[in-house]
Design a protein around this ligand. Structure first.
Ligand SMILES: C[S@@+](CC[C@H](N)C(=O)[O-])C[C@H]1O[C@@H](n2cnc3c(N)ncnc32)[C@H](O)[C@@H]1O
Length: 217
């Protein structure tokens, strides 16, 4: 089995049943997602893809907040995409295209018949679950045009949180193959030093979450 097929099998296994309670449970600990959406501020007509879109919770909110932009979603898990499709339909956003694909290798032109590049790529609590996170960032940077942006929200260092809570949350996250990866921000900073783009980072909720925007130059 290829590593992408292994990812799909493992994500399908993890989300086959939990997708039914995903939105209700995750709203308590996937913090900062609405801050990311508020910060997107697309121009009319922009094309924006959420990578690892899960249940489409964010896609629905983004499409409602910015009706003049075009949204797309992809996920490694067909199980998650079943819930995403049903949720988009229910929210009256059934025209948002979805596809099964991988963060590190997706081709928006093929998946969504797009004739122009994506303007923005969203990673919401996604890079922390993806072993090839570096390849995923490199891939996004490669396919974005100059001026295009990556918007990232994910688990932070929890530095300002009590030690007991920090230990508990990292243990809980590991049950879902999710790991805080300080090396992601280090890598984005290195890309900025190499003049590949500009980076803005905000740490929220005593280090629980970070928001990062990387703009390609
Ligand atoms: C923790 S969920 C986040 C879902 C959504 N972005 C949100 O904020 O609610 C992570 C998602 O990433 C997907 N995923 C994991 N590895 C992936 C990969 N290599 N490429 C694309 N999606 C992936 C999982 O199937 C899952 O739906």
């Amino acid at each position: 089995m290829t590593s992408e097929a292994q990812t799909k099998a493992s994500m399908d296994k993890m989300y086959r049943w939990t997708r039914h309670v995903y939105d209700a449970s995750r709203k308590y600990y996937l913090l900062g997602r609405d801050r990311l959406i508020a910060g997107l501020k697309p121009q009319d007509g922009e094309h924006i893809c959420e990578v690892g879109c899960g249940t489409a919770r964010n896609l629905i909110k983004m499409a409602q907040a910015y009706p003049k932009a075009h949204f797309y979603g992809l996920d490694a898990s067909d199980e998650m995409l079943k819930t995403a499709r049903a949720s988009l339909q229910k929210a009256g956003q059934g025209s948002v295209p979805l596809a099964q694909a991988y963060a590190q290798s997706f081709d928006p032109a093929k998946l969504f018949a797009l004739e122009v590049p994506l303007d923005k790529i969203v990673f919401s609590y996604c890079l922390s679950i993806i072993p090839p996170w570096r390849e995923s960032i490199d891939h996004a940077l490669e396919i974005l045009p100059v001026g295009g942006e990556m918007h990232i929200v994910d688990f932070g260092s929890m530095d300002g949180q009590p030690a007991g809570f920090r230990k508990l949350i990292f243990w809980w996250l590991s049950l879902f193959h999710v790991y805080h990866k300080p090396e992601i921000l280090d890598y984005l900073q290195r890309l900025q030093l190499e003049k590949r783009g500009t980076l803005q980072v905000k740490h929220l909720y005593r280090g629980y979450t970070y928001l990062a925007v990387f703009k390609k130059v």
